[in-house]
Design a protein around this ligand. Structure first.
Ligand code: F0G
Length: 481
C-alpha cells in the first residue's frame, strides 16, 4: 500500500481520482422538515432527491471503478451458460479456493437458501452477532440464534482491535446446552454490522474452526463486509502484517465450509452468492436457486452486475482500494471522539456509528432514541443515516419490545463516494446537534409492520420537539442552509 507521511496534518488520502460526479441537493431546513414528516420520520422512506449526503448504507452504492464500468459492456447476455457467469465462478474459486458457487440476487437471498437447507425448527445458529435479514430468515424456519460475541464487543468504547470476535468459551457452553447435533451452523459475520462494523481476527476464526471440526458443525462466513475486515486483519493483526490481502483472504476462506456474501458490499456491484466446499450440501442448495432466484448461471442478477463483480472482487484484493473506507471512517470517528461526541470506538468498517444511548441519554429506549437522533440529524443537515437500535429489532411473539443492546445511528461511508470536506460538514452539523441535544425528543409508531418494521414503519415525534429544533437552527444559522 502507498505509505505516505505528511509534513503537517495527516489526512486520509484518496488513491483514485474522480471522473464522473453526481450533483447534490441541499434543501432548506423547512423543506427538510416537511420531507421528514412525509417519510414518517423513517430515513428509509426519504426520497434520495431530498437527501444531501446519503449515509444510509454502503449497500449497492459504493463507487464503481472505470474498469468495472468497462467490463459491464462486455457482459455475455444469456439465460443459460453465460460466459460472464463462468468468469465469476472462476474468480471466486481463485480468490476463495472453494469448489462450488451458487449465484443469488443479494445477500439475504443467500441467507434464505442457507436457512431453508440447514435450519430446522428448534435448531440453533451460533454467531458473533445477528444481522437483521439473517435473523429473520433463521427464525422464519423455526430456528433460534445465539449471539456469542465477546462481552467487549458490546462495549461502546474500547481500544481492542477485534470487537467482532466470538467468545470461544461461550460457544462451547452453547454446544453443551443444546447438544452439537442441534447446532445448525456457526456463523461468523466479518465486519460485524450491527455492533459498529467491528472486525473479527484471523486468530479467532481459526480457533472457532477447531471447535466446529471437533463437533462436526458446519462453519459459515458471512463475507458481506469482508473487505474492511481484511484491511483490519492486515493493519491490526501481527500474524497478517507481512501477508498480502490475497494471502489473508485465502487464509480466512480456507477455514470455512460455506462463504456467502452480499455483492452489494463485497465487490462493489449488486448481487450475491454462496461458495461451498461440500458437494452434497451444494446439491441441496442448488435445487432452490432456480426456484427462488433464477437459472443457475445468473441467480437473479443482471449479467452486467456479475461482470462488474468479477472486477470488483479482484479490486478488493488491492489494499489501496479497501483502505479507503476504514481511513475515512477513522478520520470521522476520531474527529467526533476528540470533540467528546459519543461514537463507537475503535473506528470500524462500514461507517461511523453515533452512540444514541449517550447522545440523547434523556430518551427512554421505548421512544427509539437512535431513530429520533437519525431524524434530528436529517433535519439539521440533510444527512441520511440509519437507525441501528430498538427500531431495527423485531417484537417478541407476545408483542413485547426487544430493547437493543446498542442504540446506534450508522453514518455509512460508501467506499470512495464522499470527500473529506463532506465528512467535515457532517462532523460540524453533528457537533451543533450535540450542543443542542436536549431539544431532541422521542418517536412513536403511527404504523408498525410486523416484519422488518424499520424498513417501512411510519413514526411521529412524541411532542413539538422538531419545531423547537428548527427554531434553534434558524436562530443560529439564519436563512442559510
Ligand atoms: N449480511 C450482512 C453482514 C449485511 O450487512 C447485509 C446487508 C446482508 C447480510 C444482506 O445483504 O442487503 O444484499 O440482502 N446489509 C445492508 C446494510 C442492507 O445496509 O448494512 P443484502
Amino acid at each position: 500500500m502507498a505509505q505516505v507521511k505528511f509534513f503537517g496534518e495527516a489526512v486520509p488520502l484518496e488513491m483514485h481520482k474522480v471522473r464522473i460526479v453526481q450533483k447534490l441537493n441541499l434543501l432548506p431546513i423547512d423543506q427538510r422538515h416537511k420531507a421528514l414528516s412525509v417519510a414518517g420520520n423513517n430515513t428509509f422512506l426519504l426520497q434520495n432527491a431530498d437527501v444531501f449526503l446519503d449515509m444510509l448504507t454502503d449497500s449497492g452504492v459504493n463507487a464503481m471503478s472505470d474498469q468495472q464500468l468497462a467490463a459491464m459492456m462486455v457482459a455475455d447476455d444469456a439465460y443459460a451458460g453465460s460466459a460472464t457467469y463462468t468468469r465469476l465462478d472462476a474468480k471466486l474459486r481463485e480468490i476463495f479456493g472453494t469448489d462450488y458457487f451458487l449465484p443469488a440476487h443479494q445477500g439475504r437471498a443467500c441467507e434464505h437458501i442457507l436457512a431453508k437447507v440447514l435450519v430446522t425448527p428448534g435448531s440453533v445458529v451460533a454467531m458473533n452477532y445477528h444481522f437483521t435479514t439473517t435473523k429473520a430468515h433463521i427464525t422464519l424456519q423455526g430456528g433460534v440464534i445465539e449471539e456469542l460475541v465477546a462481552d467487549v464487543g458490546l462495549e461502546v468504547n474500547s481500544t481492542l482491535p477485534f470487537k467482532g470476535d466470538i467468545d470461544v468459551a461461550k460457544l462451547e457452553a452453547v454446544i453443551k446446552k443444546y447438544g452439537a447435533d442441534k447446532i445448525a451452523f456457526v456463523r461468523v459475520e466479518s465486519g460485524t454490522n450491527l455492533i459498529g462494523g467491528q472486525p473479527v481476527s484471523l486468530q479467532n476464526m481459526t480457533e472457532l474452526r477447531k471447535v466446529c471440526s471437533h463437533y462436526g458443525i458446519p462453519y459459515v462466513l458471512d463475507a458481506s463486509l469482508l473487505a474492511d475486515n481484511l484491511y483490519f486483519n492486515k493493519t491490526r493483526e501481527d500474524s497478517c502484517k507481512n501477508l498480502s490481502i490475497r494471502e489473508i483472504t485465502r487464509k480466512v476462506a480456507d477455514l470455512f465450509d460455506v462463504i456467502y456474501f452480499s455483492a452489494r458490499k463485497l465487490g462493489c456491484a449488486r448481487g450475491g452468492g454462496i461458495c461451498i466446499r461440500d458437494k452434497e450440501l451444494y446439491l441441496k442448495m442448488r435445487g432452490l436457486v432456480p426456484l427462488y432466484e433464477g437459472f443457475l448461471t445468473y441467480g437473479g442478477m443482471s449479467v452486467r452486475e456479475m461482470e462488474a463483480m468479477v472486477v470488483g472482487l479482484d479490486e478488493t484484493m488491492d489494499e489501496d482500494m479497501i483502505s479507503q473506507g476504514p481511513l475515512f471512517i477513522a478520520a470521522m470517528v476520531n474527529d467526533l471522539d476528540r470533540r467528546g461526541i459519543p461514537v463507537i470506538t475503535p473506528p470500524g468498517g462500514l461507517g461511523c456509528h453515533l452512540d444514541a444511548k449517550r447522545f440523547v441519554d434523556h430518551l427512554p429506549q421505548s421512544q427509539y432514541p437512535a431513530g429520533a437522533l437519525a431524524a434530528a440529524l436529517y433535519l439539521v443537515s440533510g444527512i441520511r443515516g440509519m437507525e441501528r437500535g430498538t427500531l431495527s429489532e423485531q417484537r417478541e411473539p407476545d408483542g413485547r419490545e426487544v430493547f437493543a443492546n446498542m442504540e446506534l445511528v450508522r453514518l455509512a461511508l460508501p467506499r470512495r463516494v464522499f470527500t473529506l470536506s463532506q465528512v467535515k460538514y457532517a462532523v460540524d452539523r453533528i457537533a451543533w446537534l450535540h450542543e443542542n441535544r436536549k431539544l431532541i425528543g422521542g418517536l412513536e409508531f403511527i404504523e408498525e409492520p410486523a416484519i422488518l418494521r424499520f424498513f417501512y414503519g411510519l413514526l411521529k415525534p412524541v411532542s413539538d420537539w422538531q419545531d423547537k429544533l428548527v427554531a434553534k437552527f434558524r436562530a443560529d444559522f439564519g436563512d442559510s442552509l
